[in-house]
Ligand binder design. Structure first.
Ligand code: FES
Ligand SMILES: [Fe+2]
Length: 422
């Protein structure tokens, strides 16, 4: 990758090519659980390099406003969340969820000043346990997203988030790269049980679509047949993959699920990884115990995280890398689970990996295509066209899946399962 493309892809601030691209989609701003209560405590965070504050107002609507008061830049995080607005505690100016100034007690009662001042605010929409926002031009606001995950009842889904201290593209690269799973996530090199470990060079088939691409990794798993894993990538940074089949056998899970991520840039060097899952059908309820069990298995259970959705395992403690474990059991020696290992590798590259020094092979086809589509979409926005994946109709009917098929079949045998059922 040349330096120019590499630079264009990684910067997400206002006015940058990829920053403008992200600002054309609805993206998750935070978890609904972070602002649980009406008139409750506001939270502060960054999104696409902008400092923001979120609060749930008296009506239950989440306001998302500039972190600093437009009067004299006092921190709105210190604000008082009261009667449908957030009041700055420096001089009492109060703003509603849309950013309108509804009270300015420091000015004379007959002053019209308050009609002239607004605080920067972004629209919000809640679905799937997430507060979504759109940070782009008002006249370009697309319809709200319609991933299958967002239509599932709360009893059949789960979402969490994890801080990833690196650029979003490192995270996305890992997310569309099925081949690393055979190595990085091999939990027992002594056995040949793991379906993914039985074939480290999956055959990758990829088809571009109106929302991004579909891709299938096919692994030869010996007498059991062919293990096919169907993924979807939706622009800008949505991934969805099946986890219907067990890790260590061709059997389906007792609770078959579909999983995915949204990778949302906090700024150029940090990213929120949102982790979602949902049951494939009505029989597959996601109980809190099941969800916590999965989170724990993958390395982001309660025992693994610190406040602020950060992992206890981090670069400073080398993710608790155990060299003895590495010698005898796993490639990485990093305990915790797949999530910890993904984070260790992507953060270990440094905040922004130098992509001019890579050597991409055939197994990197999905990585190459995702970057190509992002660059193309960034160019589309810069030149006044709509980017790929804005229209929910293009992806609302698709779903991901994984299963073992007979040796004389291919992934097309799974086609009836690749249609959204919720
Ligand atoms: S700085 Fe917020 S009211 Fe003055
Ligand atoms: Fe991974």
């Amino acid at each position: 990758m040349n330096q120019e493309d590499a630079e264009a892809l990684v910067h997400v601030g206002a006015g940058t090519i990829t920053g403008n691209l992200f600002r054309r989609y609805w993206i998750p701003a935070c978890l609904s659980e972070e602002v649980p209560d009406r008139d409750g405590a506001p939270i502060r965070f960054r999104l696409l390099g902008e400092d923001l504050v979120a609060f749930r107002d008296t009506n239950g609507v989440v306001g998302l406003v500039d972190a600093f008061c437009p009067h004299r830049r006092a921190p709105m995080f210190f604000g008082r969340n009261e009667e449908c607005g957030l009041r700055c505690v420096y001089h009492g100016w109060k703003f509603d969820a849309e950013g309108t100034c509804v009270d300015m007690p420091s000015e004379p009662p007959d002053s019209l000043f308050k009609t002239k001042v607004k605080i920067g605010a972004y629209p919000t929409w809640e679905a799937g346990g997430l507060v979504w926002t759109y940070m782009g031009p008002a006249d370009k606001r697309p319809p709200t997203p319609d991933y299958e995950y967002l239509r599932v009842p709360a009893s059949h889904r789960h979402v969490s988030k994890t801080l990833q201290s690196c650029n979003y593209l490192q995270a996305l690269d890992g997310g569309v790269d099925t081949s690393h799973s055979s190595f990085l996530h091999n939990e027992d090199m002594r056995s040949n049980n793991g379906l993914r470990a039985r074939d480290g060079a999956p055959r990758i088939e990829l088809e571009k679509t109106a929302y991004g691409f579909t891709y299938v990794g096919t692994r030869n798993v010996g007498d059991d047949g062919l293990y096919c894993r169907v993924y979807h990538y939706m622009l800008p940074t949505v991934q969805v993959r099946g986890f219907v089949t067990k890790w260590t056998s061709a059997e389906p899970h007792e609770t078959p699920t579909i999983h995915g991520h949204f990778w949302i840039p906090i700024d150029d060097e940090t990213t929120w990884m949102y982790n979602y899952m949902y049951g494939v059908d009505a029989a597959a309820e996601i109980t809190p115990e099941f969800a916590e069990g999965f989170e724990s298995w993958t390395g982001r259970g309660r025992e693994h995280v610190l406040p602020g959705y950060r992992l206890k395992a981090n670069l400073e403690n080398d993710y608790f890398l155990d060299r003895e474990r590495q010698k005898t059991l796993t490639y990485t020696g990093i305990p915790g689970g797949a999530n910890t290992q993904d984070i260790a590798i992507t953060e270990g590259m440094g905040p922004i990996a130098d992509r001019t020094k890579e050597h991409l092979g055939t197994s990197d086809r999905a990585v190459i295509t995702a970057r190509t589509l992002l660059l193309e979409a960034g160019r589309d926005v810069a030149e006044g066209r709509d980017p790929r994946g804005l229209d929910p109709a293009t992806y609302r009917g698709v779903r991901a899946y994984d299963a073992v098929v007979k040796r004389d079949q291919d992934w097309r045998a799974l086609e009836p399962q690749l249609i959204a059922k919720w």
